[in-house]
Each structure stands twice: as structure tokens, then as C-alpha cells.
Design a protein around this ligand. Structure first.
Ligand code: ADA
Length: 565
């Protein structure tokens, strides 16, 4: 599946398809594996995960994947661009190691050495074991399943001598002026000659200074059409290296502005209330490797419920999904992989470095999506402890260093003891009044919802955060699909519907709340161990839809509250 950006003048091999597969064992050290010794006796489709294959259910371990690529050029370096994988992977080309990925779900790329051979062999060791040394970013207590496989499409690029990595297009207001930031592979001189054109406009030429592989210049779209959820207009940029170099990139982007004022999020200067859901990329049949049609279906469900907002919880998103959000007019909060990080994580240099690496990769990959309006990280970490401050400050700085044009936030579940509100543009709070009730003896736990929201608003005002937009980044209740109970007990569809009715109506009618991401869009598989006592079926059942996207009663409740119809 090709998506943006496109590189029409170089050979790009999409590696979707059936690969050779071998299960190497659950006690093996992947660093000891010699690719030449592997005997392949099975197959699997990529994008795909071993956890959804009958032969390997619940078989965490080390797997080998292999496929061959017929290149068009010899003697040229290349690069492998991986959309996302889990949980750990080591890559070999023609038997030689070329790199290891320790950042599951994040976009990852690695250089491919030149060769005199046209027929190349790619071997990938995938490890789905949860191991703090190999995979410091994923812990066994995360409330979503950690899959093993290559979740998203990957591409083998054959590169020219001087190659374009990306052309980032950053709008500078609404008049069509954009800053184009070119990232180059290969040894560029001090200057680079370029030809570029927007949409179907006339081609322009420019010569730009290069420093540390980057070149920046401003240009102006002659007839700018603004992007917004109501009118998601998109533009394209075609940019080529000139002066005898042969490389071209096609990028798609949107012209819109983002700002905050008086507790509101402004898009193109207009207040935008965010109404939507947290969404995991998951399905019982495919795990996170969703077919394209599932992405379309999910967004049609969200649109029908009157949503304009998706929080991509809790990891970098599938680029195909963001392409669709650009085209259909949804705004997105994209965040790095993280879930209730604690003091040992903050104290680990490796954890900090990998968190920063994945965030920089996420921002560089998603920077041209107008749908992405917020960058986030470290969901529900112990940000009420002083030990969290250095890590959170480092990550916020890294995100802003990569992109100063979007809003920065993180979801705290310690709203009354939070120590890091000063880092964010938008205050985002996860709370579960009436589900994990403060008062377990309450006859009607939903009675906790509005008083808690009142306390949050008062606290933020008292903390001097009242001017920043405040969004409820998680709140919700569980329901087992088909569980009907007139007493509206926990886990009944009636209770969930009653809960979300109160919550959604309050958010829609309270101008002091800038948005809501309900937890969550659909049920998804979670831990398969003792933690699951609070997770019937080993699923997180707080979806308004079940895992097959069958609507629960709450879906209709949310639709009425969000659409007013
Ligand atoms: C937390 C967490 C979510 C989910 C939720 C729940 O807020 O961020 O991923 O685990 O709780 O269902 O309890």
C-alpha cells in the first residue's frame, strides 16, 4: 500500500506480501542467530502479526521472516522504511546485520549497503517476548496487547547518489506561505539546486544553502485552499533535485493555522471543540495490522457519531489512517508509545533516549499531515513526582525542536498533584469517576462525573492553567457487548450509555471544556495474565463498539449528544 510521500523517480519496492517464516523458539537469544542457518517451514503475510496465526497463538518468542527483492540498480545504497513493528526486530541484508529496532509501533528506517547483486535477501528477526532490556518501551502491565510482527507496510528504496529523505511543508499562516525543509541523504555541496511546483502550478527553481543535510526555504501556494475538518482541502508539492541530480518527492500537505486563546483551541482562527474517541489500532483477526477497509469503516463510524477528533492511543499511528484523517477532516492527537511510566523509567538513560528517538521519528514522519494538531507522549506517567520532570521536559523540548507549529500535550492521571502543566499548550486529563469510583458504595456511581469535572476546572483555574485549553483525554465506562441490565450495573450497556450521556452532554454544553476523547472507540485485546481480573475476556471493554465494531447502546447515546439529533 503506497501512501504519501511518493518518490516517482527512484525504484521503491513495497514489501507487502507473503514472506517465509520460521519460529526459532522462546528461549533463544536472537543475537546468537545466524541467518544462514535458518530453515523456513512456514509463511505469513506482511503487514501481519504472529499472534493472530493459529500456529503461534500466545507463543511469544523469536521468529525469522525472509523475502527476496529484485533490485533495478547495482552499486547503489538504499534504505528500508518500516511503518511500524513489534516488539523488537533485527534486520539483515544478504546475511549481514544492518540494524535493530527497539521502538515498537514507531516509524523506523535503516540504510541498506550497496551491492553488486541485483537479487537481494532481507531477513528480519522478530521478537515478541516482553523483555525490559530488549524492549524498554513496552511493559507487561500495559493495558493493550503487545504484538509480534511487522504491523505496517515497509518499503525498500533504491537511492540515487544524492537523495531526498523528506520535504517537510510547514504553513506560515493562511496566505499560502509555507516553509519547506528538505532533509537530504548523501553528500550535498554547500548549495542545492531545486525545481518545485505546488498542485498544477508552474514549476519554479531555487538554489538553497545546505547545512548538516538540511535545506530550508520559503515559498507561496498561489491559490491556497484552507484545511479544516469541515473543508479538508489538500495541496501537493512536487520537488526535484536539479543540476544533474535525479530525485523527486511528492508530498501532500494542508494549509491551516493552530493556536490557543482563552481556554480554546483555534483552527484557522476559529474555536474548535474536539469531540471524539481514543482509538487503538486493533482487531481480533488482524491485531494492529488492519486492512485498509477497517480504517475507512472506523472513520465512518466516528463520523456518524458526530466526531471530529481521534486520540491515537498510545503509540505512533498508521500513516494510512492519518492520510484518511487528512482527506475526511478529522483532527488527531498523535503520541509516542508510553503507558504509566514510573521512576525507574525516568532514571534509565536508555528509556529516555529511545523515547526521544521514537518521538523525533514520529514527528518527522507525520509532520505533513494537517489532521495531526497535537503531539503527545508518556500517557499517564508518574508526572506528580519530581523524578518525572527531567524526562518530560526533555521530550517536550524534542517534539518542539522537530516541529514548533503544533500543540504539545500529555495525558495526566494525577491532575491535582501534576508538576508539569507548564510544559503543555493543552491540559489533558484522564479520569474515571463513576467507573473506578472514589466512593465504592455509591448507589449511582455516575453521580461522581460532574462534581469531578467541576473540581478539575476549579483546580486548573487555581493553578493558573485556566487560560490553556482543557480537554478530557480519557473518561468512560466498560460494557460487555450484549449485556443488558435494567439495574444498570457495571458492565451493562445501559450503565455505559447512561455514563456517556452525562459526560458527552456536559462537554458539549460547557464552553470551559475544549474537548473530549472518550475511552474508547472499540474494545481491544489486553493482557492475558492475572491483570485481566479487571478485564473480562482479557479485553478492555470500554469501547462504544465491540472489537468487531458492533455498536453498543452507548454509540447511539454519543451520536445524539454530539450531533444534537
Ligand atoms: C488508562 C489508560 C488507558 C486504559 C484506561 C482503562 O486511562 O490510559 O489505556 O487502560 O485507563 O481502561 O482503565
Amino acid at each position: 500500500m503506497i501512501h504519501w510521500p511518493c518518490f516517482p523517480s527512484r525504484p521503491v519496492h513495497c514489501l507487502d506480501g507473503v514472506w517465509d517464516l520460521a519460529f526459532l523458539g522462546c528461549d533463544i537469544d536472537p543475537e546468537s542467530v545466524d541467518p544462514a542457518s535458518i530453515v523456513y517451514n512456514d509463511r505469513m503475510a506482511i503487514p501481519g502479526v504472529v499472534d493472530s496465526l493459529p500456529n503461534y497463538l500466545k507463543q511469544r518468542g523469536c521468529y525469522a521472516l525472509r523475502r527476496r527483492i529484485s533490485c533495478e540498480q547495482v552499486g547503489q545504497a538504499g534504505k528500508l522504511v518500516v511503518g511500524g513493528l513489534g516488539l523488537w526486530a533485527k534486520f539483515f541484508v544478504d546475511g549481514a546485520a544492518i540494524g535493530t529496532c527497539q521502538t515498537p509501533w514507531a516509524p523506523w528506517q535503516v540504510a541498506i549497503p550497496a551491492s553488486q547483486r541485483l537479487e537481494r535477501e532481507l531477513t528480519v528477526l522478530i521478537d515478541s517476548r516482553i523483555d525490559p532490556k530488549r524492549v524498554p518501551l513496552f511493559d507487561p502491565y500495559f493495558d493493550f496487547y503487545g504484538y509480534g510482527g511487522i504491523f505496517r507496510s515497509c518499503f525498500w528504496h533504491e537511492l540515487p547518489e544524492l537523495a531526498i529523505d523528506r520535504a517537510q511543508v510547514i504553513p506560515q499562516g493562511l496566505d499560502g506561505t509555507v516553509e519547506i525543509r528538505l532533509r537530504l541523504h548523501g553528500t550535498a555541496a554547500k548549495e542545492v539546486a531545486l525545481r518545485f511546483a505546488f498542485d498544477h502550478e508552474a514549476e519554479q527553481s531555487v538554489s538553497v544553502p545546505v547545512s548538516q543535510g538540511c535545506a530550508r526555504f520559503q515559498a507561496r501556494v498561489a491559490t491556497p485552499k484552507l484545511w479544516s475538518p469541515q473543508s479538508p482541502q489538500l495541496h501537493t508539492l512536487r520537488l526535484s533535485l536539479a543540476d544533474g541530480h535525479q530525485d523527486t518527492v511528492l508530498e501532500r500537505f494542508g494549509i491551516r493555522s493552530l493556536s490557543t486563546a482563552k481556554g480554546q483551541i483555534l483552527l484557522n482562527g476559529e474555536p474548535l471543540k474536539l469531540l471524539g474517541y481514543n482509538r487503538h489500532e486493533a482487531h481480533p483477526q488482524f491485531g494492529p495490522a488492519l486492512p485498509q477497509q477497517q480504517l475507512v469503516q472506523d472513520l465512518q463510524h466516528l463520523r456518524r457519531l458526530g466526531c471530529n477528533f481521534v486520540r491515537g492511543s498510545h503509540y505512533p499511528q498508521d500513516q494510512r489512517f492519518l492520510d484518511l484523517c487528512d482527506e475526511l477532516g478529522f483532527v488527531v492527537w498523535e503520541e509516542g508509545l508510553g503507558w504509566q511510566a514510573r521512576t525507574p523509567h525516568f532514571a534509565s538513560p536508555v528509556f529516555n533516549q529511545l523515547q526521544e528517538d521514537q518521538l523525533r521519528s514520529m514527528v518527522r514522519t507525520s509532520i505533513n499531515h494537517p489532521s495531526v494538531i497535537m503531539w503527545g507522549f508518556l500517557n499517564e506517567c508518574d508526572s506528580h513526582l519530581s523524578e518525572s520532570e527531567a524526562t518530560l521536559a526533555r521530550l517536550a523540548a524534542a517534539v518542539r525542536d522537530e516541529d514548533a507549529s503544533r500543540l504539545v500535550t500529555f495525558a495526566t492521571n494525577h491532575p491535582f498533584e501534576e508538576r508539569n502543566y507548564q510544559l503543555v499548550d493543552v491540559v489533558s486529563i484522564n479520569q474515571y469517576p463513576g467507573w473506578y469510583p472514589a466512593d465504592i458504595n455509591l448507589e449511582r456511581p455516575t453521580a461522581e462525573i460532574e462534581p469531578l469535572i467541576d473540581r478539575l476546572l476549579a483546580h486548573l483555574q487555581a493553578e493558573g492553567q485556566g487560560d490553556k485549553p482543557f480537554i478530557i483525554s480519557e473518561m468512560g465506562a466498560g460494557a460487555i457487548y450484549g449485556c443488558r441490565d435494567e439495574l444498570e450495573g457495571h458492565w451493562s450497556e445501559q450503565y455505559q450509555a447512561a455514563y456517556l450521556d452525562i459526560l458527552c452532554r456536559r462537554v458539549v454544553n460547557d464552553a470551559r471544556i475544549a474537548g473530549l476523547a472518550i475511552w474508547q472507540f472499540c474494545d481491544c485485546r489486553t493482557y492475558a495474565d492475572g491483570h485481566a481480573l479487571g478485564r473480562p475476556r482479557s479485553f478492555n471493554n470500554k469501547g462504544s463498539f465491540d472489537e468487531y465494531r458492533r455498536p453498543k447502546m452507548a454509540a447511539e447515546t454519543v451520536r445524539k449528544a454530539f450531533t444534537g439529533r
